[in-house]
Design a protein around this ligand. Structure first.
Ligand code: SF4
Ligand code: FES
Length: 376
């Protein structure tokens, strides 16, 4: 299966094994969220990796030293073989986390997943209020199904994390989203402002909050963290468009995480396929180990050698690793530029202009759909 590395793809010596594998087992999903981080060109079911290939990938991941596998999508429960996949990952010794919308849950499925060795569930919520939540998800009845799913997860004795993606159209409900997480017995809540990738880009004007709204949200999160110590841990992600310094995207290019797309491409992040000029390793013909250690795609932006100024001589270069390559490409057409989310980046004015545009009059949602965004 794996081919010998060509001299041009010399073995990277000082690279640790990935900590986690994000298995995007399908792009199919009953929800149509307008901020979905999936690419505009979604993989169709006919291109999805077969059960046997995923099982082999989990075995290779465990052998490589990966500790966790996150089942994601799309909606991973749209795969009929999900229980078998979880069982094989658990048997290989991997910690298994299911990232789900919850709308395909029922008691029998929950019991099967728990028996297969599932360790943790991350459930997404679009809002605390059913009508608005269903409107954002683009699916009637979704919110009620999520409430049932949360109860089933707790009934099965599994730890629960709630993911709440916040934006202009639900940010006023942040206090009740936090209350909801406590009421549902979640141990952790991720309050994540939308980041402008994938479907969020054509929906920028529908989603982007004002700076004042962001500040109010930050105060609410800080107070809740204090009040709920020992009850609920709250993670908080702010939008890059208001940042002074970028996030260490994925903990740095090919440093901690390996994504596998539904079609079996090994990627350093969920948006990497937007970058041109890469030959992404296919796990039907390349081993996970070769993809991680030896492929040009994973080595290209590893470490600091590739960095331009101002990153190259910056004392944060091994903290944020120059920010996000996909965002640098989206804004400048060159993935090797400093992420414009950094106020020191020469291209920062491009991000400032995008922020000004995003604050323009709200537009209607462009819902996620197979076949791409109309007019995109
Ligand atoms: Fe990070 Fe580069 Fe900005 Fe320094 S210049 S803070 S390394 S993005
Ligand atoms: Fe690709 Fe940040 S999303 S490097």
């Amino acid at each position: 299966m794996s081919e010998a590395p060509s001299p041009a793809h010399a073995v990277e010596v000082n690279v640790a094994a990935p900590l986690a594998l994000l298995a995007e087992v399908t792009h199919r999903c009953p929800l149509r969220c307008p901020y979905c981080s999936n690419p505009l060109e979604l993989d169709r079911a006919s291109r999805e990796l077969a059960t046997a290939d995923w099982i082999r990938v989990f075995g290779e991941a465990a052998a490589l030293g990966v500790l966790q596998v996150h089942f994601s999508g799309g909606e991973p429960m749209a795969r009929r073989d999900l229980v078998a996949l979880v069982a094989h990952a658990a048997r290989a010794g991997l910690y298994t986390n299911l990232i789900t919308s919850g709308v395909l849950f029922d008691r029998a499925k929950m019991a099967e997943l728990a028996a297969a060795g599932l360790n943790h569930v991350q459930l997404s919520f679009q809002d605390s209020e059913a009508d608005n939540a269903d409107r954002i998800a683009g699916l009637d009845g979704a919110h009620d199904k999520k409430l049932t799913a949360a109860a089933l997860v707790r009934e099965a004795g599994l730890p629960l994390t709630l993911n709440a993606v916040m934006h202009r159209q639900n940010l006023d409900h942040l206090p009740s989203v936090i209350d909801l997480a406590v009421r549902l017995g979640a141990q952790r809540l991720e309050v994540a402002h939308v980041q402008y990738y994938g479907w969020a880009i054509p929906n920028r004007r529908a989603l982007f909050p004002t700076y004042e709204a962001l500040e109010r949200a930050t105060v609410i999160v800080d107070a809740a963290r204090e009040r709920l110590k020992g009850v609920l841990t709250i993670d908080y992600v702010v939008p890059d468009y208001y940042a002074r310094r970028p996030k260490a995207c994925m903990g740095g290019w090919a440093r901690q995480f390996i994504n596998v797309s539904p079609a079996g491409k090994a990627l350093p992040c969920h948006a990497a396929e937007t970058l041109p000029g890469f030959d992404w390793p296919s796990l039907t013909t390349t081993s996970l180990s070769d993809a991680w250690y030896r492929s040009d795609a994973f080595n290209r932006y590893r470490g600091t050698e590739w960095m331009p100024e101002p990153c190259r001589s910056c004392d944060r270069r091994e903290i944020d690793w120059g920010g996000c390559r996909c965002q640098a490409f989206a804004f400048t057409g060159d993935a090797s530029r400093t992420d414009p989310a950094c106020a020191l980046a020469p291209d920062r004015p491009i991000l400032d202009a995008a922020r000004a545009d995003a604050l323009g009059p709200a537009t209607d949602f462009v819902y996620r759909q197979i076949g791409g965004a109309p007019g995109a």
